[in-house]
Design a protein around this ligand. Structure first.
Ligand code: ADP
Ligand code: MG
Length: 391
């Protein structure tokens, strides 16, 4: 496929924009009869070149509004949108249309093909509009793309004469016409039967494998499982991705509740995060760096029981037992560690509302308790022996 699809990024970017897509504090207010409605409540989001991102969330949660901020179809009321280092929130309409035509391929739920143009003309349209390739090259390219999508035989037909699955393939060919580095799809399989949906999704996977950056809003849970990264949007906010991944059994409402109460903290190399035998106040998830779990025997050296990596959580044991900390946890000596912390009342509250999550957390805690207990006895014995052998 690569012969037709070669543009994968935007070249050099200024160092202050290291990400391909960078949304900063994006808010979107709609005026309604009942007053202002905040459809996006302050979105911070970065996406890197080559990522395959699924955007999921209930109907009305703000998925399309978010997508429209990225395509420039709509504009934020507040905040900034940088794509390829360019501030697209500042573009004029004319700049936006030209930029979008070259840099993004957009795929919609209802295909949005021009009903009076043939399939071939529909695919040529973006090239004509942006004056890409030669007129003859456009025709060739459109035919090749239609062939790639398996619908070359429909080239001279009108969109209404072909099936929904075929129309979506044509729409994908059209999205690829100008070889854009970014492809954005809003519920692209929402109007297709499940078999056709899987086939279309397989085409998307191929595009990602070729190096395209792909953002897809989807209602389809099965497809959402198969993308590289899932963003959950609820009530105009993005649920913290670390939290959603660490506690995947939480409902979207509980994820939002917890997200709003998360606090990010950084600990210096070697700095303690949790001290054994002190009261418990937070639940932690590591987002960067590593932390080490130590047991402190009553009279002996601390024993390293576990090294924790990004995505792993800790601090759950004492919170669910309501007791004191059973171990020390500190940042590794070599690097700082970044965590998100959830206060005990919120943690207890969300576990009370999600039995499944509670069970999983209890299992992890039991596993750790057992592991620490087993490790502790022989090591402590060995240490005791060692010290008794010393003069
Ligand atoms: P989703 O795509 O997740 O279903 P949308 O982004 O379309 O949700 O909409 C988010 C919220 O914003 C909804 O409550 C919707 O009713 C509201 N909304 C969307 N567009 C408009 C508009 N043009 N005017 C007023 N409200 C809107
Ligand atoms: Mg929508």
């Amino acid at each position: 496929m690569l012969k037709f699809l070669t543009r994968l990024g935007f070249g050099e970017r200024a160092p202050e924009y290291p990400h391909l897509i960078d949304l900063r504090g994006v808010k979107k207010a709609y005026k309604t009869d009942a007053g202002e409605f905040l459809a996006l409540k302050g979105i911070d989001l970065t996406i890197d070149a080559g990522e395959f991102v699924g955007i999921i969330g209930k109907s009305g949660s703000g998925k399309s509004t978010l997508i429209n901020m990225l395509t420039g179809i709509d504009r934020p009321s507040e905040g900034e949108v940088y794509i390829g280092g360019k501030p697209i929130h500042k573009f004029t309409e004319a700049q936006m249309a030209k930029w979008r035509g070259r840099e993004q391929g957009i795929i919609f739920q209802f295909f949005q093909l021009m009903p009076t143009l043939t399939v071939l003309e529909n695919v040529m349209l973006p090239m004509d509009f942006c004056n890409m390739y030669t007129p003859r090259g456009r025709r060739e390219r459109a035919l090749e793309l239609l062939d790639l999508m398996g619908v070359a035989h429909t080239a001279s037909k009108l969109p209404t004469m072909i099936s929904g699955g075929q129309q979506q393939r044509v729409a994908i060919a059209r999205a690829l016409a100008n070889d854009p580095p970014i492809i954005v799809a809003d519920e692209p399989t929402g109007n297709l039967d499940s078999r056709t949906a899987r086939q279309v999704f397989a085409l998307f996977e191929e595009l990602v494998a070729e190096g395209k950056t792909f953002l897809m809003v989807t209602h389809d849970d099965d497809l959402a499982q198969r993308v590289g990264r899932t963003i959950v949007i609820a009530d105009g906010q993005i649920v913290n991705e670390w939290l959603a991944r660490a506690l995947p059994t939480l409902s979207q409402d509980l994820l939002v509740k917890a997200t709003n109460r998360l606090v990010a903290r950084t600990y210096a190399p070697g700095e303690p995060i949790i001290l054994q035998d002190t009261p418990a106040d937070c639940f932690y998830i590591i987002t960067k760096g590593q932390a080490e779990v130590y047991l402190q025997p009553p009279n002996g050296h601390p024993i390293l029981v576990e090294t924790l990596n990004p995505g792993q959580f800790f601090g759950e044991m004492a919170l669910i037992n309501g007791g004191v900390r059973t171990a020390n946890v500190s940042a590794v000596r070599s690097n700082p560690v970044e965590v998100i912390a959830l206060d005990q009342p919120t943690f207890v509250e969300i576990l009370e509302e999600s039995e499944e999550t509670q069970q999983i957390i209890e299992q992890v805690a039991a596993e750790r308790r057992r592991f620490a207990g087993v490790e502790r006895a022989p090591l402590a014995d060995a240490l005791a022996q060692q010290s008794s052998q010393q003069p």
